[in-house]
Design a protein around this ligand. Structure first.
Ligand SMILES: Nc1nc2c(ncn2[C@@H]2O[C@H](COP(=O)(O)OP(=O)(O)OP(=O)(O)O)[C@@H](O)[C@H]2O)c(=O)[nH]1
Ligand SMILES: [Mg+2]
Length: 572
């Protein structure tokens, strides 16, 4: 399905055209029927010759009801732009075109209406008038179809034009983030509260738990309808009537949004681009009473221009808008700005940042996710999605992080580790982000809740067997009961020496070598095992393997029953 809004000056035949195309009168209110004037939005559906469904949102053309027009055109795919052949282009034709353009609507069909009521020349003049005004806009290349709704003239051509237009119009994107800006809320007999709107961003299904914002009310979807038919599920890009449990119809109104709980940042302050209309007679500054049209709502806002103090007509700039209440917005959402005092459309633009962190004097918003991350340093994955609509994989822990912020946190952590020395840093004193950095840090080991540099954290130098070997350096105990793996690591790391099934502390071997060197310095012709045994205060049981080790490592050399200096004998 596609959603198409009408647009055009008052009385130019929008509602009549919709009625003749669809068989449904979009003017619902008794007052509208009595006055022959559209006051509020009307809705009607049509199946085109191709089988494609179109939902029309029929808007009022009278300038007094522009607020209602703005509530209806925010989320539509295209427009049906209506110009009366007899009257030609009029002020609201111009204003509606500007508004559609500011809201990012990029395609449509033009219907020149009431052609049966005027002569051919008048129609030609009207067409030239239209061409003139749409040139340079998104309607520049649009089909212009001459119609006369009551007589049916041109309606088939219009249907084919709509079909062609919509064949090339992508259906609304499914970003799995449904949002429905409520344009009507009412009580339906027997079913409670019903809200309607154009669904975008994702699907809704019966049974879903949702939230109405800004009131923040939890609700449940009891039923769904589109174009009068019941559905269990509605995809994005459809007109939806949602029957809600959990809220009275008086508790929500046009301008509210229906969204999934916890998935949206509810913002009161946004940074946005602002394109100032070129026909404006004065620059835009913070002075002035502004109304922002966002979603289906009208909100009085305070405005501050970012950078310069004012924005000239026809220029583009950046503004910060302060909303009166929180709205579930995302970068990319469009808005229209009007000045309420002068009742004129000032311009509009695109939301760039839904949670600005920099003061207005320094803020230079754009839509990049990188800027959002860089300005915060650390952003949780879920939070980043709420801020940008984009889900990024976490870089560290549950965060998407900015490179500089990680470097800073790493430096802080390394400094703390260096300051703590072998005592280490108690990880309970670290915050979540420091812990995430710690997890990725090379050369750091965490044992028993304490982080130490890997060298200091090695438990082997404190190993009880090594302690026992050092206590009896030259009559060392056997490794009874010592874990084989740990014993192997003690040997591999050079802390323990094994020779002929006997284990010595490496420090004991070094000490033995030093003492042997002193003996050989006095008796260079050679020393006996007995001399060595004496010097070490031990027995043959340990002196023999110890000397065998010293021979093997080049400290001593065997000559008959004597030991003489080897090439690696330590200096005395
Ligand atoms: N002859 C003729 N009359 C038309 C045609 N379209 C509309 N009208 C008449 O023009 C008048 C205004 O038509 P509407 O359809 O109410 O105009 P509208 O654009 O919806 O007006 P607003 O919603 O108030 O902006 C009505 O009296 C219609 O009967 C047409 O194609 N031919
Ligand atoms: Mg109308």
């Amino acid at each position: 399905m596609h959603v198409v809004a009408t647009a055009g000056h008052v009385d130019h035949g929008k509602s009549t055209l919709v009625r003749h195309l669809t068989g449904t009168d979009p003017d619902r209110l008794a007052e509208e029927k009595a006055r022959g004037l559209t006051i509020d939005l009307g809705f009607a559906g049509l199946t085109l010759p191709s089988g494609r469904d179109v939902a029309f949102v029929d808007v009022p053309g009278h300038v007094r009801f522009l607020k209602n027009m703005l509530a209806g055109v925010g989320a539509v795919d295209a427009c049906l732009f209506v110009v009366d052949a007899g009257e030609g282009w009029k002020p609201q034709s111009e204003e509606h075109l500007r508004i559609l353009q500011l809201l990012g609507i990029d395609r449509g069909v033009v219907a020149v209406t009431k052609v049966a009521a005027v002569d051919e020349q008048t129609v030609d003049i009207a067409r030239l008038d239209v061409d003139d005004h749409v040139s340079g806009t998104f309607l520049a290349a649009a089909d212009v179809v001459e119609v006369d709704a009551p007589t049916g003239l041109g309606l088939d051509d219009l249907r084919s034009s709509l079909d062609r237009l919509l064949a090339g119009t992508p259906t609304a994107l499914d970003r799995r983030r449904p949002r429905l800006w409520i344009d009507r809320a009412f009580a339906a007999r027997g079913s409670g509260t019903v809200v309607t709107g154009t669904l975008t961003g994702g699907a809704l299904a019966v049974g879903m738990e949702l939230e109405v914002e800004p009131p923040g009310r939890r609700v449940r979807v009891r039923g769904l309808q589109s174009l009068g038919r019941d559905h269990d599920r509605l995809p994005p890009g459809t007109r939806a009537a949602v029957n809600l449990a959990g809220i009275g119809h008086g508790e929500t109104a046009r301008g509210d949004a229906l969204v999934e709980p916890d998935r949206w940042h509810r913002t009161r302050t946004v940074d946005a681009s602002l394109e100032v209309l070129d026909h404006l007679s004065h620059p835009v500054s913070r002075r002035g009473a502004y109304l922002a049209y966002v979603g289906s709502g009208e909100h009085p806002v305070r405005l501050r221009v970012l950078g310069p103090d004012t924005l000239a007509p026809g220029s583009r700039g950046l503004v910060r808008l302060h909303l009166p209440g929180p709205l579930p917005l995302l970068p990319g959402d469009r808005y229209v700005l009007r000045e309420s005092g002068r009742a004129e459309t000032v311009g509009g633009g695109e939301v760039l940042d839904v949670a600005p962190v920099l003061p207005a004097a320094r803020a230079r918003p754009d839509r990049s996710v990188e800027r959002v991350v860089a300005e915060r340093g650390w952003v949780e994955v879920d939070e980043l999605e709420r801020l940008t609509g984009v889900r990024r994989p976490a870089d560290l822990g549950r965060w998407v992080v900015d490179g500089e912020a990680v470097v800073a946190a790493t430096d802080r952590l390394r400094a703390a580790l260096a300051a703590a020395g072998p005592a280490g840093v108690d990880t309970a004193t670290l915050d979540d982000q420091e812990r995430a950095v710690l997890d990725g840090l090379d050369g750091v080991v965490v044992t028993g809740g304490t982080a130490r540099p890997a060298s200091a954290a090695d438990p082997l130098p404190d190993h009880p067997y090594l302690v026992a070997l050092l206590a009896e350096p030259f009559s060392p105990p056997p490794p009874d009961g010592v874990d084989r793996g740990q014993l192997r690591r003690l040997v591999q790391q050079g802390l323990v020496v094994e020779r002929d099934g006997v284990h010595f502390a490496a420090a004991a071997v070094a000490e033995a070598a030093a003492r042997v060197a002193r003996l050989l310095a006095a008796e260079p012709e050679g020393i006996t095992i007995g001399r060595v045994r004496e010097a070490l205060g031990t027995t043959r049981k340990w002196a023999v393997p110890l000397l065998a080790h010293l021979d093997a490592t080049g400290v001593t050399r065997r000559r008959g029953d004597l030991r003489v200096a080897g090439p690696r004998l330590p200096a005395t």
